[in-house]
Design a protein around this ligand. Structure first.
Ligand SMILES: Nc1ncnc2c1ncn2[C@@H]1O[C@H](COP(=O)(O)OP(=O)(O)O)[C@@H](O)[C@H]1O
Ligand SMILES: [Mg+2]
Length: 516
């Protein structure tokens, strides 16, 4: 990733354009000479370009290194040989200048060639020449690789994943194709269709088609009852992409001890994504940032919110975004955003967002330009997003967070999750005893809470668990004394990390709202 781009996050897109697919048409109409459409779905992009071209009275040509420049015809499988010599990217760019009629040139996978100075120069010549023409060059590529020399000439567009309507259309097409085949049972009543599209949303059209086909092969059916199967296939596909994960969690908000203010803030927004809330005029909540001491319930809360609001929960692992073996970091973030937006309404949980920053400081990740770009992308999106994606970010190391993240307009609220106080500790003991089917009334919660001064929720849970191990080994049940013993044997992080915690508290005092 070019280092010079580090300071400049991508330019803000005009607000009135909501759908990137419409944006492409607007830009082509406005005679933008060079667009860069990011997508894995070449055929969908080209079909869109073809539709745009026919509305605007233009022709579509495509370029690939295997065929050179050819006329795009969606219905024809066998491509004619391209224009002479145009497999060579430099000659292809030169050839573009020879066309007189208004055209759209889709250059597929051209990012691979944009590293060479001759190509960069060639593209700049094209931009210059096409500025006063009715033609545009559109680079179509799954990854973002823009050389700094071209940043200003190029408009980047993330092509969205299929919508629910697109998936419905796909289902109808499958139904039509199998209409004559009695061995398949296909039910696309409105309720069934909704379940099936909901299960597949977040996939590319090709992936969805594969999943539907696989389901048909396995079950000979495509009805509402197949939705869980499709959903679990989708989870696999998304997980394989390496950064996002669908989290199916049974954590309930009642299982979170203490954090009263945070919980009531969340409860108040339970119906914020409903149509009624829109009609009432409530804005869609953007997101929330949980900062604080580890083991105090930040991740737990993220999971509980998903059940409370009944929304799908997508977890983005910041550490993985930066690990080089799964694509470029910036592309990873873009892809995650695209999936979350297509699944919306949904919760995007960016767990341990601070990990991204700490990675940037270690020597293994010395390219700090990448970090800046990744966060530039993320911050711009947080600020501008229109899709109902609620972001929950969590962080332990508050001191390394960049101030931009905390600026107004990014999150609706920033909560500091501190170690539980005595009453909260009682609650947390009660929760974890109840979870293990022990009537908490037979324990001296007040004494336990006093003894566990300075313990985090995770440490409290750990004490209950280790007392249970001891008791089990000794062939008896746990009691207050057994847990007290476990407490005495624990060195809580409030002791081992006293200074850091003190620092974080002080840091948070003026900047965040206490969760309790
Ligand atoms: N406030 C709490 N109430 C109940 N359990 C808690 C609480 N805080 C932590 N725990 C227990 O500790 C575990 C780890 O906490 P977690 O939410 O992962 O902490 P972190 O703040 O580091 O994300 C939780 O899964 C839960 O079992
Ligand atoms: Mg956590």
């Amino acid at each position: 990733m070019p280092a010079t781009a580090a300071q400049s996050p991508p330019p803000a897109k005009p607000r009135w354009i909501v759908n990137p697919r419409e944006e492409i048409e607007v830009l082509i109409k406005a005679r933008y000479p060079l667009l860069y459409v990011v997508s894995w779905e070449e055929s969908r992009v080209l079909a869109d370009l073809d539709a745009i071209a026919s509305r605007l009275g233009k022709r579509v040509y495509e370029w690939s290194v295997t065929h050179g420049i050819t006329r795009f015809r969606a219905a024809v499988d066998r491509k004619p040989e391209g224009r002479k010599g145009t497999k060579d990217p430099i000659l292809a760019l030169r050839e573009v200048l020879e066309f007189n009629e208004p055209s759209i040139f889709a250059f597929k996978d051209f990012h691979a060639y944009m590293k060479e100075t001759q190509i960069i120069r060639g593209l700049r010549d094209v931009v210059h020449a096409l500025r006063n023409s009715y033609s545009s060059v559109v680079i179509v590529s799954p990854v973002v690789e823009v050389p700094p020399e071209l940043e200003k000439e190029m408009t980047l567009i993330d092509f969205p994943l299929p919508t629910r309507e697109d998936l419905s259309a796909l289902l109808q097409q499958i139904k039509l194709e199998l209409a004559q085949n009695p061995s398949y049972q296909i039910d696309l009543s409105p309720a069934a269709e909704e379940k099936l599209t909901e299960a597949a949303i977040g996939l590319t059209l090709q992936e969805a088609e594969n999943v539907f086909a696989k389901t048909l092969v396995l079950t000979q059916r495509l009805t509402a009852s197949e939705a869980p199967l499709i959903y679990s296939e989708k989870k696999q596909i998304i997980r394989k992409s390496g950064l996002l994960e669908y989290v199916d969690s049974s954590e309930q908000i009642e299982g979170v001890g203490g954090l009263r203010r945070l919980k009531s803030w969340l409860a108040k927004r339970r119906l914020a994504f409903s149509r009624e809330a829109r009609q009432f005029g409530l804005p869609v909540p953007k997101g929330v940032l949980f900062l604080g001491v580890q083991g105090c319930g930040k991740s737990l809360c993220a999971k509980a919110v998903a059940s409370l609001w009944r929304l799908p929960l997508l977890r983005l692992d910041m550490g993985r975004v930066f690990s080089s073996y799964v694509g470029t970091s910036e592309e990873n973030v873009r892809r995650a955003i695209r999936i979350a937006e297509s699944v919306a309404p949904a919760i995007l949980w960016i767990d341990e967002i601070d990990k991204g920053f700490s990675g940037a400081q270690s020597s293994a990740f010395s390219d700090s330009g990448t970090t800046a770009r990744v966060f530039g992308t993320l911050l711009t999106w947080l600020q501008e997003k229109q899709a109902p994606v609620f972001v929950i970010a969590t962080a332990n190391n508050v001191e390394i967070l960049p101030p931009e993240l905390l600026r107004k307009g990014r999150f609706d609220e920033i909560f500091f999750v501190d170690l539980p106080n005595e009453t909260e500790r009682q609650e947390i003991f009660a929760i974890h005893l109840a979870k293990r089917n022990r009537p908490y009334k037979s324990f001296d919660l007040a004494q336990l809470a006093r003894a566990a001064e300075g313990f985090s929720g995770a440490e409290i849970e750990q004490c209950v668990v280790s007392a249970m191990y001891d008791a089990f080994e000794q062939g008896r049940d746990i009691d207050t004394a057994a847990i007290l013993k476990a407490i005495r044997e624990t060195y809580p992080i409030s002791v081992t990390m006293r200074e850091q915690i003190e620092y974080r508290r002080k840091w948070a005092a003026g900047r965040t709202r206490p969760a309790t």
